[in-house]
Design a protein around this ligand. Structure first.
Ligand code: NAD
Length: 478
């Protein structure tokens, strides 16, 4: 074992406040050039045991809410100080356009800043037990106590901010973390560990382990010193973690085939522009990316024509070029998968209005019409730059078509009808309904999380901290 900073050619594991470089390594690829940009260490079972042990032991040392606040705030500042460097890493490891990458770093800093603020607001409540006959001489209150060791497992698409959504609230609420970032995009998470180290985070409160997801997942879920799992990723893996976690706490932030309704009373230009932007962000690899659009038939032609115009103006290319709107997908096999889904839809009668072509790891932003709800591009999560435009006539009909999905993360609704908006708010089965915007709206302190196959539990620091603490009742017999 050697201690190394992550600036060495091989990035170490971060365990108990030390960098541990391994012989066994894995290459991280620049998703645009397909060249190797770094190597990360592959953790073995002993490393995972050490990381969990370090996390558990760190809980024995006092760590006050104010100390947590100070360190999280310093880490947020550290992210901004290294914003450009981190944005370049995101552009390379994800293939995310540089402007979007800078935006992700800025949002990650806000997530940590909000976590810092919430560290000072953890509170229980008074419980009026004296109201029960025979309990007149008693008083009670609740405390919110940390769950303990939290295993955090994160996806490739937003590898810095989604890590901050787990690490920030976990530290703010007095827990310790073993983080397993996605194998294809681990570098920004390792840099975050370096930022926390510089901010003075006590050793063991954050440990970062890299390697194969299924293997590390198995070691983490079979380690009884892990008290909670917080996972963002695919429903397939979410299901495995849920099964292996047993009776321990689990938060799951999973996929979606997000719908957005565009009603006949809305501003067509505005809604079409926003919809085009939010369908193709990060090459459509966003869990709330617009995938199913339901446009009222009276405005369909005008909406489609504007949306095509905006989509065709999007620049596809090198993520580091500031004029690029859409970069490569995470891997060629994903672009090939999307190509297969679009081709299948076309065989079943769908029409490609624009795009519909693959060039290596790129898939062009694609609008499909004449689609049916049971086509794969509508029914399953595409997680690529493809949007399907449907028409509808009736409010009730469109609500039931939006709900005819296994998923329920967020939905969008453009309308000026308060009546329709309230009806939709009550009936659409999602974690969040965004009125007069698309499903793709998120700020980091709002409650965020889905229903049905989109998962369970909420993120957003305040809400994640509720998941990451237990309510303990204290009764005083006076
Ligand atoms: P993924 O499920 O393939 O991987 C996610 C993480 O799980 C990675 O770190 C991976 O290494 C790890 N993993 C893989 N197998 C595992 C196992 N058996 N046990 C434990 N961990 C394992 O997901 P992905 O391809 O990285 O991300 C795409 C998915 O994430 C999409 O479905 C997307 O909708 C979803 N997502 C959801 C949200 C949300 O907030 N709801 C946000 C972003 C992405």
């Amino acid at each position: 074992m050697t201690t190394t900073k992550i600036s060495s050619p091989t990035y170490g594991l971060y365990i108990q406040g030390e960098w541990r470089e391994k012989q066994n390594t894995s290459e991280v690829i620049n998703k645009y050039t397909q060249e190797s940009i770094a190597k990360t260490s592959v953790a073995d079972k002993g490393d995972i045991e050490d990381a969990v042990k370090a996390a558990k032991e760190s809980l024995d040392s006092p760590f006050s809410p104010y100390e947590r606040y100070t360190i999280l705030k310093k880490a947020a500042e550290g992210l901004i100080e290294r914003q450009e460097e981190l944005a370049l890493v995101l552009a390379e490891e994800v293939g995310k356009p540089i402007e979007e990458s800078r935006g992700e770093v800025g949002r990650a800093a806000l997530t940590l800043e909000n976590s810092a603020e919430e560290a000072k607001r953890i509170s229980g409540e008074g419980v009026p037990v004296e109201a029960a006959p025979g309990s007149e001489n008693r008083q009670a209150m609740t405390l919110r106590v940390p769950v303990g060791v939290i295993a955090a497992i994160t996806p490739f698409n937003v590898p810095l901010n989604l890590v901050c959504h787990k690490v920030g609230p976990a530290i703010a609420s007095g827990n310790s973390v073993v983080l397993k970032p996605a194998e294809v995009t681990p570098l920004s998470a390792l840099m975050l560990a370096e930022i926390f180290e510089a901010a003075g985070l006590p050793a063991g409160r954050l440990n970062v382990v890299t390697g194969k997801g299924s293997q590390i997942g198995e070691w983490l879920t079979s380690n009884n010193n892990v008290n909670m799992f917080t996972f963002t990723g695919s429903p397939r893996v979410g299901q495995i973690i849920r099964e292996r976690a047993g009776i321990r706490k689990v938060t799951l932030e999973l996929g979606n085939n997000s719908a957005t309704i565009v009603h006949k009373d809305t501003d067509i230009e505005h809604s079409a522009t926003l919809t085009a932007q939010k369908s193709f962000n990060n090459a459509g690899q966003v869990c709330i990316s617009v995938q199913r659009v339901y446009v009222h038939e009276d405005i369909y032609e005008r909406f489609l024509s504007k949306m095509k115009k905006v989509t065709e103006a999007l620049v596809v290319g090198d993520p580091k070029d500031p004029s690029t709107n859409i970069g490569p997908m995470i891997a060629e096999k994903e672009a090939i998968r999307v190509e297969g889904w679009v081709n299948e839809a076309v065989e079943q009668g769908a029409v490609v209005e624009t795009g519909g072509k693959r060039d290596g790891v790129f898939y062009l932003p694609t609008i499909l019409t004449n689609v049916k709800d049971d086509m794969k591009v509508c029914r399953d999560e595409v997680f690529g730059p493809v949007v399907a435009i449907n028409t509808y006539r009736d409010e009730e009909e469109v609500i039931s078509r939006v709900n005819a999905s296994e998923y329920g993360l967020q939905a969008g609704l453009f309308t000026n009808s308060l009546d329709f908006a309230m009806k939709a708010a009550k009936k659409i089965e999602v974690g969040g309904l965004i009125v007069n915007d698309t499903s793709g709206y998120r700020v980091d302190h709002m409650p965020y999380g889905g229903v049905k196959k989109s998962g369970s539990g909420k993120e957003g620091p305040k809400y994640a901290m509720e998941e990451m603490t237990e309510e303990r009742l204290i009764v005083f017999n006076l």
